[in-house]
Design a binder for this molecule. Structure first.
Ligand SMILES: Cc1cc2nc3c(=O)[nH]c(=O)nc-3n(C[C@H](O)[C@H](O)[C@H](O)COP(=O)(O)O)c2cc1C
Length: 189
């Protein structure tokens, strides 16, 4: 069974996008698609970036743990809010910390906002950053507009069926990439 890591990017007090991360975790485990864990950037609480992990002399345990968890994951979902048209500093801080760990990693992005556009403006800057760092961007969107109305604090959706019309193709695309990568790795030996 593959393993999926969900990066919950908002560290804001009273954050809403974490509900989306909880929803994806429940969805993946309830449908027995993979083993799954949330990498909560609020819990990791990384200091502001001062060097990449593989260049650090005395890395903090949280950074090593984050690296191990990204390495172990067959696929990643990034759940990110939109802040002023971009993604939060907490996320850039965590992406820049690693480098080889991202190589060819299938990464799907779900953007979140409290307004009607679902945070989609984040996609331009975040996809380019992931491209630069050599990740494999899953070509599917899953915007979550008015997220505060879509989920309760435990990530339980108000309207499961309507939501799944958006979520099913997104998750399907992620798992296609995960499987394709596993096949290539087997093929390459
Ligand atoms: C600093 C800041 C900037 C924001 N900028 C935007 C924005 O550009 N577009 C948008 O749709 N929502 C914006 N929002 C609202 C977020 O979409 C909202 O907080 C939502 O709940 C997701 O963020 P959260 O997970 O931190 O709660 C902004 C919120 C903050 C705190």
């Amino acid at each position: 069974m593959p393993h999926i890591a969900i990066i919950s990017a908002s560290v804001r007090v009273g954050r809403v996008s974490h509900r989306v991360a909880l929803y994806f975790k429940n969805y993946i485990s309830e449908n027995a698609l993979a083993t799954v864990e949330i990498l909560d950037l609020k819990e990791f609480n990384f200091p502001v970036f001062d060097e990449r992990l593989n260049h650090q002399k005395n890395p903090i345990p949280a950074a090593i743990d984050f690296s191990e968890k990204i390495k172990k994951a067959d696929g990643v979902i990034i759940v990110t809010p939109e802040y002023n048209g971009g993604y939060p500093g907490s996320l850039k801080n965590a992406i820049d910390l690693l480098y080889p760990e991202w190589h060819r990693k299938p990464i799907a992005i779900s953007t979140v906002s409290d307004g009607v556009f679902g945070g989609t403006q984040v996609l331009t800057s975040l996809s380019f950053c992931l491209f630069k760092i050599k990740a494999w961007l899953v070509p599917a969107m899953c915007p979550m507009p008015k997220a505060q109305e879509l989920f309760d604090e435990q990530g339980i959706p108000a309207d499961k069926q309507t939501l799944e019309r958006r979520v099913v193709p997104f998750i399907k695309e992620l798992f296609w990439c995960v499987e394709a990568k596993q096949k290539m790795e087997k093929h390459d030996g």
